[in-house]
Design a protein around this ligand. Sequence first.
Ligand SMILES: [Zn+2]
Length: 364
Amino acid sequence: MATTKKRELDLTAFPSGTVTEYTTLVCLACIFDIFTKQLQMAPRTAFSEVKRHTPTVEELTSRATMRPYFDSDEKNPHCPYCGSAKRWLARFDTYCIEGGKTTDAARRTLIRKLPTAGDQFVVVEKKSDSRAVFFEWLDTLGMNVELQDETWLIETTRRYLERREPKTNWAEMFEGARAVRRSSRLTEGWERDGARLFLAPQLYSEAILIQYLVSRSHAHGGLTLEGRLTLMDLLRRLRYSGYLDRIGITETDPGEVFERVVDHLAATHEWANAGSASSAVKGKGVSTGSGSDRGPVSTGSGSDRVKSSSKSKKKPTKTTSKSGKTSPVQPQPDEIVSEPVKLYYLIDRRDFLDKVKSVYAAYA
Ligand SMILES: [Zn+2]
């Protein structure tokens, strides 16, 4: 008998934040009911159909579930639809792995080691983009931190840094850290001083931004290392810290600035590889694509984005005429475009197959 321990996949080779785990329960009583009553299958046929069944990625990862699927954190869950007890319930574990330079080798190794018999594991590939991936990451982060507890600010900073700089041992860097501060000395990177971790201004600004994005759906304004900030407070800080200049944002309308800042954060898939090359923000005038409205950040204005990308086909003669003072040549208003990202959903069907076998023993 395999213990649950043994069943856990070893994901330690993946940088933090590149694998998202989802667990969904399926009620075998309900599913059998659906197959025999709604689809009018004979029990034996239903059994072999159920055995072959793999839910769709949406069914496995959605936060709103439908019969026969449901989520539960209880130790002894019951089916919310028919009340069936634990032995009727099977679990699907789904691991969504972001494709990319930092994960490709680890993913291939992991998949190569998995048992191949009987479809115990299924891999589904889906195309996505850096923006959707970013919001999903943000959403997951928001669900996994306890906003009541002050340590979430440090925790969020750590998760962000782990994602941005996966090669650093952040567990060690944060060991015993009780505060995160903006460094007035560093221009890049970070340093520990006693119980405090100092971040270069840009990293610090982004950490604040992430905190704002995670918490702002829960409270007026957002909670950050700088206290509770409204959108205006946040933008003021980003401006004074030089962050907006640094990433080339010259707009003044708050909504537009915020949109651009979020675009900037979301447009780069592998932050770690993004610093050097600006390849992530160049490209053709493709719209930033789908999925962008999900997550806690919906700024609700797809039009701004379109505007900002058309702007970068700049017509310098026109812009100078309006603002009486001649503005200096701006530091290349980036055209921000989401990068395509491939997602690999690794679906663990082992528990499901076991339960199907034991529950439907009579039909096997
Ligand atoms: Zn049920």
